[in-house]
Design a protein around this ligand. Structure first.
Ligand SMILES: [Zn+2]
Length: 461
């Protein structure tokens, strides 16, 4: 497994194997991947998911997760067999209520329904499963964090397969109901609205509802000790913040002051990018060794290391992703610059409004880097699977947006951005679609601008 996604050579060879395998498959077998060359086993072919109903109990003492997930989907071909992505061991699979045959390879749950599911029909798959996700490494990643005090299911691009079976690719979004079970006296946190928390026989089930379509990697779960703050902002928006009980008092104080900016930040971003795509806002600060913050839909997660001092910039970044990344998800992972470029550019415009440097100054300072600098070498519009979080994706992504703004003017740039969100909210988008929209709004041929800013090398200005 080592190197499966980190090494380009390996990705290529896996892709070729996948193609050969697909050619040998029966025509009524759903494909084992959705067709993203960066992650050949991510997602599956032959169906689209509408809804996930997940129940996942976690026992800290044994570090064991037990799950029961029902997926509502619609077939896009006749399916005599279909795949789900799951790294835990399944014990029972039912399709439309009937027991189905299944087998598992490392990452694929291969299901043979009793009857072929006809193209265009809706069907349900229910999977019961269990395992110790904290011990599982796949594709050189071990994103599920388990400790004696709890666990955290968070990661990008991959996390879903560690805790629920899915069509694991952002291009197939679905609605979610997530029930997390934990020992009485402990807490859980997930996306969207907290519906209820009921205790029976020493275990509490927390029900969460995410009513808008969501990419699988943005589905998030935390089990453990959290201090939870709930309420409504001054503008009436419901919020839920969760702070790991292991945070020191100093960090807790700065974390709270930072997260409490989420309401005003949401208002600030709404003025630039259009209406906030969701109802709920929130955030989670963890003491687990994450090393990053992640834009889980409605509920970003932050490593405590961000809050050595008050840090609203990281909140701006993760909240900007609610528009760019969450509401508009990626059709293919190669377009990650659209997510990170907009999140970084949002930080720039926030900083400028709060006494910092302007986007033009940020741009000019970075542009001063000589053409020979390594900074310019990565083709950010197709960086390779192992580089999707490289620094230039963020900063050169923001520079590309600023270059577009200079080319078409501020008014057209913000118009393009808002239309982009409005047109694709709850769906997916690609760089080509974004460029075409910018051309439509500005009336300019932007091919040369996009190819120079997204390719390798320092662009001319
Ligand atoms: Zn980001």
């Amino acid at each position: 497994m080592l190197g499966l996604v980190r090494g380009v050579g390996l990705v290529v060879s896996v892709g070729l194997l996948g193609t050969a395998g697909a050619a040998a498959q029966a025509p009524e077998h759903g494909a084992a991947g959705i067709g993203d060359p960066y992650f050949p086993t991510s997602g599956n072919g032959g169906y689209r998911v509408q809804h996930y109903d997940i129940t996942a109990g976690y026992v800290a003492k044994t570090r064991r997760l037990r799950g029961d997930t029902t997926i509502k989907a619609r077939a896009t071909q006749d399916l005599s067999r279909l795949n789900l992505d799951l790294l835990l061991r399944a014990s029972e699979v039912r399709v439309d209520g009937h027991r189905a045959k299944f087998r598992q390879t490392r990452h694929e749950l291969i299901v043979t329904p009793r009857h072929t599911v006809p193209d265009g029909t809706r069907f349900t798959v229910r999977v019961r499963y269990a395992g110790r996700p904290g011990t599982i490494e796949y594709a050189d990643e071990r994103p599920f964090i388990a400790s004696k005090s709890g666990a955290l299911a968070v990661g990008q691009p991959n996390i879903a397969a560690w805790w629920f079976p899915s069509n694991d690719h952002p291009s197939d979004k679905a609605r979610f109901d997530i029930a997390l079970r934990v020992a009485e006296g402990r807490q859980t946190v997930s996306n969207g609205r907290l519906v209820s928390a009921k205790t029976r026989n020493g275990r509490t089930t927390w029900r969460w509802h995410a009513g808008k379509p969501m990419a699988t990697y943005l589905a998030f779960a935390g089990w453990g000790g959290f201090a939870i703050e709930r309420g409504h902002t001054r503008s009436g928006r419901p919020y839920l913040y969760a702070y790991d009980k292991r945070l020191g008092t100093g960090i807790l104080e700065t974390a709270k002051r930072s997260l409490h900016a989420t309401g005003p930040v949401t208002g600030f971003l709404s003025k630039r990018w259009g209406r906030y795509p969701y109802r709920q806002i929130g955030g989670v600060v963890t003491a687990a060794p994450l090393g990053y913050a992640l834009e889980n839909q409605t509920r970003p997660v932050y490593d405590r290391v961000f809050f050595a001092g008050v840090n609203r910039g990281v909140v701006v970044h993760e909240m900007a992703h609610q528009w760019f990344g969450d509401a508009i998800a990626l059709k293919r992972w190669r377009d990650i610059w659209l997510n990170e470029g907009y999140a970084t550019y949002s930080e720039w415009i926030w900083a400028a409004q709060h006494g910092g440097r302007t986007p033009a100054q940020q741009f000019d300072d970075l542009y001063d880097l000589p053409a020979t600098d390594h900074f310019w070498s990565l083709p950010i519009g197709n960086p390779g699977a192992h580089n999707i979080f490289a620094g230039p994706i963020y900063t050169r992504g923001a520079m590309a947006l600023h270059a577009l703004r200079r080319e078409i003017g501020s008014e057209a740039f913000f118009d393009v951005s808002r239309r982009w969100v409005h047109r694709n909210a709850d769906g997916v988008g690609s760089t080509n679609e974004y460029r075409r929209l910018a051309e439509e709004v500005s009336g300019k041929d932007l091919g040369p601008l996009f190819s120079s800013w997204l390719g390798p090398g320092k662009p001319e200005v």
